[in-house]
Design a protein around this ligand. Structure first.
Ligand code: FES
Length: 151
C-alpha cells in the first residue's frame, strides 16, 4: 500500500505492523497485535485507559503514532507480568481498587512506570503520575494500593 511497515518491540518480541504509520499505537495493539488489554476510552489523550509503556515511560497509546514508535520498546498490560503478579496488580487486588475494571490496565501501567522510576512516591507524586479517569471512583483506594505496592 505504499508504506513500509513500522517495526517495534512489543512485550519483548519484534513486531511488524501492517498499518499506515500514522495510525495511533492503540489501534495497532488492539487490532493488529490482538492485545486488547489496552483500552479505548476517549481516543483524545484525556482518560488514560490506553496507557502503555514506551521505553519504560507511561504514554497514552491513542496519542502516539506507529511511526513515532519505530524501533522502540512497547510494554502492554499483557507483557508487564504474564502471571499478573506485579506488585501493583497484587496491591490493587488487596486494596480492592478495582470496580468495573475498564480503567484498570491503564492505571496499572501508569503506576508501574511511576514505581520503576520512583520507589517511594509521595501522595502528590502518585496523583500527578496517575491522573487516569475512573468513573467508579476508585481513586482513594488506588492511592492506598500504590502506597502498598511501594512498601
Ligand atoms: Fe487514550 Fe483516553 S483512550 S487517553
Amino acid at each position: 500500500k505504499g508504506f513500509t511497515m513500522p517495526r517495534m518491540i512489543v512485550n519483548d518480541r519484534p513486531v511488524d505492523i501492517a498499518m499506515d504509520p500514522r495510525t495511533p499505537l492503540l489501534w495497532a495493539l488492539r487490532d493488529a497485535a490482538n492485545l486488547t488489554g489496552t483500552k479505548y476510552g476517549c481516543g483524545a489523550g484525556d482518560c488514560g485507559a490506553c496507557t502503555v509503556m514506551v521505553d519504560g515511560a507511561a504514554l497514552r497509546a491513542c496519542l502516539v503514532t506507529l511511526s513515532e514508535c519505530e524501533g522502540r520498546f512497547i510494554t502492554t498490560i499483557e507483557g508487564l507480568s504474564p502471571d499478573r503478579s506485579h506488585p501493583v496488580q497484587q496491591a490493587m487486588v488487596a486494596e480492592q481498587a478495582i470496580q468495573c475494571g475498564f480503567c484498570t490496565p491503564g492505571i496499572v501501567m501508569a503506576a508501574a512506570a511511576l514505581l520503576a522510576r520512583n520507589a517511594n512516591p509521595s501522595d502528590d507524586d502518585i496523583r500527578d503520575a496517575i491522573p487516569n479517569l475512573c468513573r467508579c471512583g476508585v481513586q482513594p483506594r488506588l492511592l492506598e494500593a500504590v502506597r502498598r505496592a511501594a512498601r
